[in-house]
Design a protein around this ligand. Structure first.
Ligand SMILES: N[C@@H](CCC(=O)N[C@@H](CS)C(=O)NCC(=O)O)C(=O)O
Length: 249
């Protein structure tokens, strides 16, 4: 999937990601296929939190049964699903006796299955570095960008009417505050943590990847634009959805 067309500035020169992809072919093609596809289940809908998990599973070559929940038919509210995930949200992972919700926890679990350095279990210093950004995302970045994503992408996806741009005016302050933090961290970096692709990139990028159609005021934050557009050169990130997935929008 190419970077979405829309508003805002586009990067004018190739991203650092190009060089890193050239030096690390494994980033382009999944390292190996793991599992039969029957021992693991991932429940998902076409939305940003499951997007992270599906992209990671595809990127790492992990086979799982991918179960698309029918949101509009109340699929998240059934007693069976609520027993798996009492939040009645997606994603949910079932791996044998392990039932997990929260996309960051699921991504860490998947990395552990295949020993991926996108969440390096053997290196506590690097784990903490990734954890810092996962926490920052959930406490600050995600709430700051979610209003734009909701008004433009979620409403369009689920037929909830036109975006309320007036409402978004009050969201600009927090957006700029936290975009300034991220942008100040990214000069000279192609990835958020540990100088390589980690689950922090997928966690932070899932909503802001749609910054143009969400009309997020990201254009002035050139380092962040370079980072988020660069991730789109990773095939599994650009197209995480299973074949035959329900159309978005
Ligand atoms: N913090 C959770 C977020 C889960 C979440 O909010 N999922 C949304 C989709 S992005 C959902 O299930 N929405 C449907 C609903 O709330 O009915 C995670 O990272 O997994």
């Amino acid at each position: 999937m190419p970077p979405p067309a829309g508003t805002g500035a586009r990067p004018t020169k190739p991203s650092d990601v190009d060089g890193i992809l050239a030096a690390n072919p494994g980033l382009r093609s999944p390292p190996r296929a793991v599992g039969s596809g029957k021992d693991m289940k991932i429940y998902w809908i076409k939305a940003q939190a499951p997007r992270r998990v599906l992209a990671l599973a595809k990127h790492l070559g992990i086979k799982a049964e991918l179960i698309e929940v029918n949101l509009m038919a109340g699929g998240l509210k059934t007693p069976d699903y609520a027993r798996l995930n009492p939040n009645m949200k997606v994603p949910t992972l079932v791996d044998g006796d392990v039932v997990l919700w929260e996309s960051s926890a699921i991504m860490a679990h998947l990395c552990g299955k295949v020993g991926s350095d996108m969440w390096l279990a053997s290196n506590p210093v690097q784990q903490v570095e990734v954890l810092r950004w996962l926490s920052w995302n959930d406490c600050h970045w995600s709430p700051a960008i979610a209003p734009f994503y909701f008004e433009h992408v979620v409403k369009a996806t689920f037929g909830m009417g036109p975006p309320n741009r007036e409402e978004l005016k009050s969201a600009v302050g927090d957006f700029v505050k936290f975009a300034t933090v991220l942008d100040g961290h990214l000069p000279g970096r192609a990835f958020v943590a540990c100088d390589r692709l980690t689950i922090a990139d997928f966690q932070l990028a899932s909503m802001v990847s749609y910054w143009r159609e969400s009309e997020m005021p990201l254009g002035p934050f050139a380092n962040t634009v370079r980072w988020v557009d660069g991730l789109m050169r990773i095939p599994a990130w650009a197209d995480p959805w299973p074949d035959g997935a329900t159309a978005w929008g």
